[in-house]
Design a binder for this molecule. Structure first.
Ligand SMILES: Nc1ncnc2c1ncn2[C@@H]1O[C@H](COP(=O)(O)OP(=O)(O)OP(=O)(O)O)[C@@H](O)[C@H]1O
Ligand SMILES: [Mg+2]
Length: 205
């Protein structure tokens, strides 16, 4: 297997199609014989998964939520992300710090400056090489979520919360156009698959 250590993150509103595209990314890496690991936030470690349960289901102050997100993230970075990158693997995380800016700042009005302090503290030198932002109108994403009725606390929020999240993500993408690839998720899955491969080609070829 070739060594192509890169850090990729997947972002977007709930139901945007992040999990759906993981199979395309796997197919791409297998085709190229790249070594990779998939992980997710909040979570990715034993402690992180316990914190995920609390974060997704328990009510708390938005700042408590932010601090817990970064607690889980600190474990994730030290136990999973950095060791795997160091070992030469590609690390793909379903959500990372952009989600904290979008959900806790955009969605719940935690000050960006506070999140930046935690980011600088916890990330140190770590930064995603590529972020795929799955973007689609909120009414479409919410209609995709509602099928199983088993919603977490974020998914149960009103449409305007999800609209602020979408807008926050788009603002982040605008501020770092080199890192972000925006994928229009409101189209046929076969087209999305091709767009994902094009974005990966830009990073890996
Ligand atoms: N392009 C698409 N067209 C139609 N339906 C889609 C498309 N992409 C995903 N879906 C469907 O939308 C639902 C949500 O997709 P998915 O679980 O991949 O989103 P997600 O971004 O991972 O959501 P979450 O943030 O809740 O984890 C799924 O039922 C999936 O099959
Ligand atoms: Mg998902």
């Amino acid at each position: 297997m070739k060594s192509k250590a890169k850090f990729l993150t997947l972002e977007g509103v709930d139901g945007a199609g992040k999990s759906t595209c993981i199979k395309f990314i796997k197919k791409y890496f297998l085709g190229k014989n790249f070594n990779y690991v998939f992980t997710r936030e909040p979570g990715g470690t034993l402690l992180g998964e316990k914190l995920r349960e609390i974060l997704l289901h328990d009510k708390m102050e938005p700042e408590t939520e932010t601090l817990l997100m970064f607690s889980a993230r600190n474990e994730h970075i030290h136990q999973i992300i950095k060791p795997n990158l160091k070992a030469g693997l590609i690390v793909v995380s379903d959500r990372f710090t952009d989600a904290t800016f979008a959900y806790q700042s955009g969605g719940k009005y935690v000050q960006k400056e506070k999140i930046n302090i935690l980011k600088n503290w916890v990330h140190e030198d770590l930064k995603p090489d590529l972020t795929l932002l799955f973007d689609l109108p909120v009414d479409v994403s919410l209609s995709r979520l509602n099928s199983d009725g088993n919603l977490d606390k974020f998914e149960k929020e009103a449409a305007d919360f999800h609209t602020r999240i979408r807008e926050s993500y788009l603002t982040l993408a605008k501020s770092e156009p080199k890192r972000f690839e925006i994928i229009n998720s409101n189209q046929n899955i076969n087209i999305i698959e091709k767009e994902v491969y094009l974005a990966l080609d830009k990073l890996f070829l």
